[in-house]
Design a protein around this ligand. Structure first.
Ligand code: GLA
Length: 694
């Protein structure tokens, strides 16, 4: 039984954790505990008392889902305005229903027709809990929702927590930050329409935890639109976190009888960052990713973008495909430039028909050749966008978000389509559906290359709901396409990692974490992504980009890219035989190691920010493991040091090769003593395949 209910107290029990909440005699949802398991009978609801005339009981107590109104002054999860102008909520408990692993607590406003149901699902064995909120208008007039977080958390200790998030940008996604919250507030958010490149829709809170030690609390929002993570700490040391859709420029008018589900949040406790990541990776693969490809290894892909840019043609792509096939590539993806008058980034977006000059015999000539070479074929689209210089825009200038008396700001010469319009949704669906129905296409790279602006949406009575409706529309179209074309894999891309969140992972099979394919930068980007993102969902290309002045070797670039869903993106026409041979060697090795990387337990043994990344992937039965060491440069001063492994079985003896030497060592030795190595020079890398000898 994952849910223990006793006298208005509900204990949500996972393998290692109790999350406990209750409802008090005044009808407030109360947060009671998040941490190690205690005796169920010990939990009780403390009395709620006004601290003083300036600090009400309501403001001071730990609630499970706070609402704006009355003497509540701190950030609250829910704010609405009722039809008569009343802007305050007074929720009262209405009832609880539960099964073995789900709990729903329903609250109703004491006067107005609004219901808020807190839903919890306990994934006991996975050690994860999911939650979301359903708001329902039970009356006959609209209710304006102005803020609706998905979850509110109170952290157990009174000492200050550190919050791990990211502070990135295009080309520099997933760069970790760790900020102590002594008092006041910390906000991580996106206002750009997608989750974006800067902050991440999650939090990891800890008090000095390390990679494998110390308690960490983590929660991730499965949503790709504007989000907000808002942490606050008061004078009494109570740290609270709200997580959900951003209330920035947000409003959603709930029509009579209408319900709104907030995006879900999934949360867990871990031993160190590594413990939390492993829990979340396993959970994402088993419960978050769309079913069809979740349990299957993802193919080795070649993408032509960095090789050809917009200069695509049937012949040029075929030449690349022939070389790629000879290397062991399984999926050939043609990127931007194949449609409409798309010769550069000034025109064509919106016109999803094959350019007849570039493909005089149609797309099937190329696809046929790719298939004959033994590879699947994939293609790039950016369906939420339009160039003003396109037939689509000339026919439907009103299809882009706009205000009649404001300029239309272009970024990359393009505008964002108003995806809340049903005619736009149908057009986008039909374009991609037509492509998939007419051709043997097995892979869609769905791109989205600019933030929103001039977000007028005359079609909506409440235009501020567009932020939410746009994201939902994208999900719905992708889901519809998947249903019609279940064999097609979908990748989420938004100028690199602008939409590489768990919301995307509920609808797409994989993400493009960054346009930056410099293997050295990638060491950090990938480790940052891996905090919540499973390796199999991370496309990782080997390209021709290398740090200027201190290039890294092709082997090094493979050692980095083999740690996700390996892909190639360089201009293969320029590769000499030795380089092609290197590609063949690593692609073949990757296929051997792929089950370990894509489904193993990840240990981040050295932090890439130190200049040396060392990551290990261990099979569940601990009989086999792959480890990747990459250091672009190690100084002459360095002494011999032990290379320590993790996650192995102490008793088992493992054989492997490292820097040309064969080893046979016990798991205990590898984890506690380590193999002495001397790391000096440029492009240091090792791909280590450990196998149980006994
Ligand atoms: C974006 C993507 C790239 C590539 C280009 C094509 O920048 O992130 O991977 O697809 O668009 O225009």
């Amino acid at each position: 039984m994952a849910i223990i209910a006793q006298d208005h107290i509900y204990i949500l029990e996972t393998a290692r954790t109790h999350y406990v909440l209750g409802v008090d005699e005044n009808g407030f949802s109360r947060h009671l505990h998040w941490g190690k398991k205690c005796a169920p009978g010990d939990y009780e609801i403390p009395p709620a008392e006004d601290e003083n005339s300036n600090h009400s009981a309501c403001d001071a107590m730990q609630q499970e889902y706070t609402v704006f109104g009355g003497t509540m002054y701190r950030p609250s999860a829910l704010k609405v305005t009722f039809a008569d102008g009343c802007r305050e909520l007074e929720l009262d408990f209405f009832g609880a229903s539960y099964t073995d692993d789900t709990l729903v607590l329903t609250f109703r406003d004491r006067f107005y027709p609004l219901e808020a149901a807190l839903h919890y699902t306990v994934y006991e064995a996975d050690d994860v809990i999911g939650r979301f909120v359903t708001l329902k208008n039970t009356g006959s007039q609209p209710v304006a929702v102005q803020a609706a977080a998905s979850a509110e958390f109170t952290l157990p200790a009174r000492e200050p927590y550190r919050f791990c998030n990211t502070n990135g940008a295009w080309g520099g996604e997933n760069r970790r930050t760790d900020t102590q919250l002594d008092g006041g507030e910390l906000v991580f958010e996106s206002r750009k329409g997608t989750s974006g490149h800067t902050a991440s829709p999650y939090f990891i809170a800890h008090r000095g935890a390390g990679e494998e030690s110390g308690e960490v609390f983590g929660a991730v929002l499965a949503y790709s639109g504007n989000f907000k993570v808002q942490a606050s700490r008061d004078l009494y040391g109570v740290t609270r976190v709200l997580l959900g859709m951003n209330d920035f420029d947000f409003r959603y008018d709930l029509a009579p009888g209408e319900s709104l589900d907030t995006p879900p949040v999934f949360f867990a406790r871990g031993e160190g960052f590594g413990g939390l990541s492993r829990t979340m990776h396993a959970f994402a693969v088993s419960h978050i990713l769309p079913g069809h490809f979740a349990g299957r290894p993802l193919p080795v892909l070649y993408n032509s973008w960095e090789a050809t840019g917009f200069d695509v043609s049937a012949q040029g792509q075929m030449r690349l495909a022939e070389i790629a096939a000879g290397l062991g590539v399984e999926l050939f993806v043609m990127d931007d430039g194949w449609f409409g008058e798309r010769h550069n980034d000034h025109a064509g977006l919106g016109d999803w028909t094959v350019n007849a000059q570039k493909f005089p015999n149609g797309l099937d000539e190329l696809i046929g050749r790719v298939n004959a070479l033994g590879m699947d074929f994939g293609i790039w689209v950016e369906p939420e966008m339009v160039n003003p210089d396109s037939d689509l825009f000339r026919a439907h200038p009103d299809w882009a978000y706009h205000y009649p008396h404001r300029r239309a700001d272009e970024l990359r010469n393009q505008l964002v389509l108003n995806m809340t319009r049903s005619d736009v949704q149908e057009y986008v669906f039909a374009c991609v559906d037509r492509l998939l129905s007419a051709h043997n296409i097995c892979y869609i790279k769905w791109d989205m290359n600019r933030p929103f602006s001039q977000t007028g949406a005359e079609n909506l009575a409440c235009p501020q709901s567009l932020w939410y409706r746009h994201t939902r529309a994208v999900y719905a179209i992708v889901d519809r396409l998947r249903k019609r074309h279940p064999h097609v894999q979908f990748e989420s891309c938004a100028s690199g990692g602008g939409r590489s969140d768990w919301g995307a992972l509920m609808h797409f099979d994989e993400v493009w974490p960054s346009d930056n394919t410099d293997a050295v930068d990638r060491m950090q980007i990938q480790q940052g992504y891996s905090l919540f993102g499973p390796a199999k969902t991370m496309r990782a290309w080997v390209t021709d980009i290398s740090p200027v002045g201190r290039p890294v070797s092709l082997d090094f670039r493979f050692a980095v890219a083999m740690q996700g869903a390996l892909s190639l993106g360089g201009n293969l026409l320029n590769y000499d035989e030795a380089m092609l041979q290197t590609c063949r060697k690593y692609i073949s090795l990757y296929k051997e190691l792929r089950p370990l990387v894509q489904f193993g337990d990840l240990y981040r043994l050295r932090d890439a920010r130190s200049g040396i990344a060392f990551n290990q992937y261990v099979r569940a039965d601990k009989k086999e493991s792959a480890a990747f060491l990459t250091a672009p440069y190690c100084g002459f001063y360095r002494k011999q040091e032990p290379l320590m492994f993790a996650g192995l079985d102490e008793e088992t003896v493992y054989t492997f090769e490292l820097f040309g030497k064969t080893y046979e060592k016990s798991g205990a030795y590898l984890m506690h003593a380590g193999i002495p190595v001397r790391l000096r020079g440029d492009s240091i890398f090792a791909v280590i395949h450990l196998r149980a000898a006994n």
